[in-house]
Design a protein around this ligand. Structure first.
Ligand code: SAM
Length: 248
């Protein structure tokens, strides 16, 4: 069944109004019409099954027949990613969404190559949200919250104290993620930091450690930032997500 993103606010008393890009896709690309059965999902990961009741010039009205709340994962994983060049960042957003991250928090640090001007932040965030929604549509995972880019110190301060905290560093020589996992308990919430193309400055790793982050390695090879991110997310989900909620 075709899936479309809808804001939960566009669903009132069992009826949904699908407009904008999703309507364009439904009507002009897929050419769906009255009586077609479709699935909708919202920003909280809830899924709705329904039937198109009416096609208006700019929206489709959908009658909801079934509603399913989001399946909650046992792990809320937030990927904090140093902003990367266009395609690499898009790739990280797409793959992290497929892998079911809860939130993505881009940040700008000392060796960040890509600096996003203040007046472009909202636009860039909207673009990443769009990529995440498309990836969520494909994978069936709820779309993650995409936060606007922050500075590195702002990011460190924004992480709640009870969360598990890891900083991935190619300079870490003693503690591999595998070794860390051997002694770690289950997390409800985990924040992971992956640096930009230029990596973290040594003092940033110290600042993160002072803020409670544990520095871990993914092995002796220096991975490209996007490879490190996707690997880190996949491994953390493998290690901690599915223990209490196996995949359906
Ligand atoms: N500073 C390095 C340089 O320019 O040669 C490389 C930085 S690396 C491309 C970007 C980010 O990927 C790092 O900040 C780190 O978070 C992550 N990373 C890459 N390889 C890693 C490894 N073996 N273990 C842990 N993290 C790694």
């Amino acid at each position: 069944m075709r899936r479309f993103f809808i804001s939960s606010q566009a669903i009132v008393q069992g009826r949904a109004q699908l407009s904008g890009e999703e309507f364009h896709h439904l009507r002009h690309v897929l050419r769906l019409g009255r009586s077609a059965r479709i699935a909708l999902y919202d920003e909280r990961g809830a899924t709705y099954h329904g039937e198109i009741l009416r096609i208006a010039p700019t929206y489709a009205e959908v009658g909801i027949t079934k509603h399913q709340s989001a399946v909650s994962s046992s792990l809320h994983l937030t990927l904090a990613q140093g902003t990367l060049k266009g395609r690499q960042m898009d790739l990280v957003i797409e793959k992290a969404t497929e892998l079911g991250v809860y939130a993505i928090a881009p940040f700008v640090s000392a060796f960040t190559v890509v600096r996003i001007p203040d007046d472009k932040r909202a636009e860039r965030t909207a673009r990443w949200q769009h990529i995440a929604r498309a990836a969520a549509k494909q994978s069936g995972s709820p779309p993650p919250e995409i936060r606007p880019p922050q500075s590195f110190p702002e990011l460190l301060h924004s992480v709640p104290t009870p969360s598990g905290k890891l900083i991935f560093s190619e300079r870490e020589r003693t503690l591999h993620l595998k070794e860390f996992a051997r002694h770690a308990t289950q997390f409800d919430s985990l924040h992971i930091l992956v640096g930009p193309e230029g990596g973290f400055a040594p003092e940033e790793i110290e600042q993160a450690q002072a803020a409670g982050f544990v520095s871990v390695s993914l092995g002796a090879s220096v991975l490209r930032a996007e490879t490190a991110s996707i690997t880190a997310v996949a491994l953390c989900q493998f290690l901690w997500r599915d223990i209490r909620s196996p995949l359906p």
